[in-house]
Ligand binder design. Structure first.
Ligand SMILES: [Fe+2]
Length: 286
């Protein structure tokens, strides 16, 4: 079925939910296409031997309307769309590789904002003492889970790595604005085979299972999304449109140190979620 997501994306954008294909209108600038393959994602799974689809998710980077201002050049901001198939990695829910951002000139790492266009996303955020330390020196200082539904704008705060999970048996589509002045860091996640928790499907429903490769893990905090109009983030306006209409409102993506309180006001911490420890998945051939 061809689903028209233009109203929530803010630009002409159709998504075919049967063959997982997207169609942009001719007014849209050609994005840079990228994919995440099974070999790349296997490095961060609870069960690295799980059967995987060849392509796990698609990324369409640096797009926008041809006639709109090109914010990458004028404001150092990039707009991307990504989509995810409904699938499982063994018992683990489909997810992204997970990554950290590097530090902005004034200290805090660059933040990011995701806008869910279709389906449901669960974001797992994680702060560690160092993204450069060897694994036995890594201390996980905080973990937060936040759910995003269509229209939600979900902030990834500075210094928090993030992984996106598709928890539903349907495709998920999301967009983001992010600074174009840094490259994402994947090494710290790969050396630990993921973040401190995995979201797996248990007999009685989803479970958050600890990743034993980290020495310890803090309680898993639950947050819900709040609108932050001062940062250009409201439920009713598409993320793309908000950036184009008032790019100065997105300055926090390049200069987060000035906006820490507002950035954190986008996440309403509501409590903690139960977690568990399970035996490791036996490796094939072991
Ligand atoms: Fe990111």
């Amino acid at each position: 079925m061809l689903r028209d997501l233009s109203h929530v994306a803010g630009l002409p954008f159709l998504f075919d939910t049967d063959i997982y294909h997207c169609v942009f209108g001719p007014e849209v600038r050609d994005p840079l296409y990228g994919v995440r393959t099974d070999g790349q994602i296997r490095r961060v799974l609870r069960d690295p031997d799980a059967a995987l689809p060849k392509i796990v998710y698609w990324m369409m980077r640096d797009t926008g309307l041809r006639d709109d201002p090109y914010l990458k050049e004028t404001h150092g901001l990039r707009y991307d769309i990504s989509y995810f198939i409904p699938a499982m990695f063994g018992c683990e829910h489909l997810k992204t590789s997970g990554h950290y951002h590097t530090a902005s000139p004034d200290g805090p790492a660059y933040p990011e904002v995701y806008g869910v266009l279709s389906g449901k996303a669960i974001y797992l955020l994680q702060k560690v003492n160092s993204i450069d330390a060897p694994l036995d020196e890594v201390i996980v200082e905080d973990c937060i889970v936040v759910e995003g539904n269509p229209g939600d704008k979900v902030i990834m705060p500075p210094d928090y790595g993030h992984v996106t999970i598709n928890p539903l048996p349907e495709p998920m589509v999301m967009a983001n604005w992010v600074s174009s002045r840094f490259s994402s860091q994947y090494g710290a996640v790969e050396q630990a085979r993921g973040f401190a928790y995995y979201r797996v499907e248990g007999d009685g429903g989803p479970l958050w299972v600890r990743n034993p490769r980290y020495k310890s893990a803090p309680p898993l905090r639950l947050a819900r999304v709040r609108e932050v109009p001062e940062l250009g983030l409201s439920l009713d306006e598409p993320l793309y449109t908000a950036g184009i209409r008032a790019p100065e409102r997105l300055e926090w993506l390049n200069d987060p140190a000035q906006y820490m309180e507002l950035i954190w006001s986008g996440l309403d911490i509501t409590g903690e979620i139960g977690t568990c420890e399970l035996p490791e998945v036996p490796r094939s051939g072991a």
